[in-house]
Design a binder for this molecule. Structure first.
Ligand code: AMP
Ligand code: MG
Length: 492
């Protein structure tokens, strides 16, 4: 275990030419203090969790004291926002301190979110408010607990600094970590500017550091593109299975590593509504829950467009390769989704007809507005012991359930797995605890009143989302009335 000063910085992205980023220093927040620290993320960089107790820890993250070895930069990118190309975005409120290599040689980029203005802030203040910082901090760790690729969160600071949104709030700082924060939009900016050599430099950087197996291949760019496509498809399939809506799937929020990135107005499904829109500002439902698979494909096609100059020197051949990527996305999504849904139903392997069985179950949930996560959990009890029909009472159309359950029992009988084993498997894939909006809201309200303990409680809970944790049973409950109508907007 090492101290903050002993972190081994390597800063490969910072060594790319100035065209890719801007150098700057974080602007300290007034009255910054540690709000929560995540020992699980600290372990990824071998950092002694005791470091969190040092006054210098806060000062180093808050920019009052330079962190030895760090070389702070903000990253340039562009992106398609709600379908329209915006030619310059970039890290408007995020600052990469640098990358550290851990004992295993793994690379972790340390990024501050909310650290003040950058060359890309446009009219923004470079700050993040406490409520959105809590949401990202908790959700990224909750996603990791669910086994879904994501950026991680080391800690968050609260502050006394006033930040102006619809009302006056206080600023906060998140330290998040990922092997890289490069986005689809990082490529788009150079494609649309016609700077194809920069495009190649960026692709080479990402392949060399993050897809090293492809580095030696002659077809490294098409192979890289296919790998990003496949990872994106599998990521979206995981979101759909767990009932996660990202909320702002702009191409600048799409990770080139296939990670869930940039948590804003996200939401987990409470009752099952396929058309759930979690982002209050998304008036047309572009990023509704059930549109995410198509949006993933749309975003992959934006990436393909940006990579065309690299895919093949012959434009027609490049377009063919790009198109093949769209087919690959659909195949990967379908197979990951079907396999994952079969597993959620307690079936070790997806077989023909299982997709209809899964859809039948989802239709039942939709027509009853049943709680998505809790219904799958209850299905685990039913599958292990079909005499156990508590589940039936939650569904409005009992006759439809009985008809579906007949087919389901027959399907279960066909693979002959023992009830106990099936139950254990289902409890290991269908979470008991998710970051419901009202749970995040409770932590936000108490934190705004100066008490951060609920953040730590939720963090510990969500790091083990499949375990029963009986003393925490209340956190599995569907939202109370006040928690159903919460609106989450992009303003953060
Ligand atoms: P987001 O919706 O958080 O993914 O942000 C979209 C773009 O707006 C990114 O370029 C952000 O860096 C920028 N941005 C968001 N909030 C702020 C802010 N308070 N100050 C400066 N830039 C911001
Ligand atoms: Mg973003």
């Amino acid at each position: 275990m090492i101290t903050l000063e002993q972190l081994s910085f390597s800063n490969s992205f910072g060594r790319l030419p100035e065209a890719f980023h801007g150098r700057l220093q974080p602007t300290p927040l007034d009255g910054a203090h540690l709000a929560s620290f995540n020992a699980a993320a600290a372990a990824l960089i071998d950092l002694d969790p005791g470091e969190a107790g040092r006054a210098k820890f806060v000062d180093c993250l808050n920019g009052r004291h330079p962190l030895p070895g760090a070389d702070p930069i903000a990253m340039l990118y562009a992106g398609h926002q709600f379908g329209h190309y915006v030619e310059q975005l970039g890290d408007g409120r995020a600052i990469i301190l640098g990358e550290v290599l851990n004992r295993r040689g793994e690379r972790w980029e340390l990024q501050l979110k909310g650290a003040g203005p950058t060359p890309y802030s446009r009219r923004g203040d470079g700050r993040a408010v406490l409520r959105s910082t809590i949401r990202e901090y908790l959700c990224s760790e909750a996603m990791h607990g669910l086994g879904i690729p994501t950026t991680r969160a080391l800690c968050m600071l609260g502050s006394a600094e006033e930040v102006y949104r619809e009302q006056i709030e206080t600023g906060a700082l998140l330290l998040r970590m990922a092997p890289s924060h490069v986005r689809f939009g990082s490529f788009e900016v150079f494609f649309y500017r016609g700077e194809h050599e920069r495009l190649r430099e960026l692709a080479d950087y990402v392949i060399e550091h993050h897809y090293p197996d492809l580095w030696q291949r002659e077809d490294r760019y098409p192979a890289f593109y296919r790998e990003v496509v496949a990872r994106t498809a599998r990521l979206v399939a995981q979101w759909q299975q767990v009932g996660f809506a990202h909320g702002v799937l702009n191409t600048d929020n799409m990770s080139i590593l296939g990670l869930t990135l940039d948590y804003g107005p996200f939401g987990f499904l409470d009752d099952y509504q396929p058309g759930f829109i979690c982002n209050h500002s998304d008036h047309h439902g572009r990023y509704a829950f059930d549109r995410q698979p198509d949006i993933g494909l749309w975003n992959v096609s934006c990436l393909a467009q940006a990579l065309l100059p690299l895919l093949d020197p012959e434009p027609e051949a490049a377009v063919e390769l790009a198109r093949a990527g769209f087919d690959l996305y659909q195949e990967e999504f379908r197979s990951a989704y079907d396999q994952g849904m079969a597993a959620k139903l307690g079936l070790p392997e997806a077989q023909p007809g299982d997709d209809a069985l899964a859809q039948g179950w989802l239709d039942l949930l939709a027509s009853s507005r049943a709680d998505y996560s809790n219904s799958f959990r209850a299905l685990g009890e039913f599958a292990a012991d079909p005499g156990h029909t508590a589940l039936r009472h939650d569904l409005v159309d009992r006759a439809a359930f009985d008809a579906w359950a007949r087919d389901y029992r027959q399907r279960l009988a066909r693979d002959g797995m023992a009830g106990d084993e099936r139950r254990a498997r289902m409890m290991g894939i269908n979470p008991r605890y998710i970051l419901r909006n009202y749970l995040a809201e409770q932590a936000i309200r108490t934190a705004q009143a100066g008490d951060y303990r609920e953040i730590d409680r939720l963090l510990a809970l969500l790091q083990r989302p499949f375990d029963e944790q009986p003393e925490m049973a209340a956190y599995a409950a569907p939202p109370p009335d006040w928690g159903r109508r919460l609106e989450v907007s992009c303003s953060s």
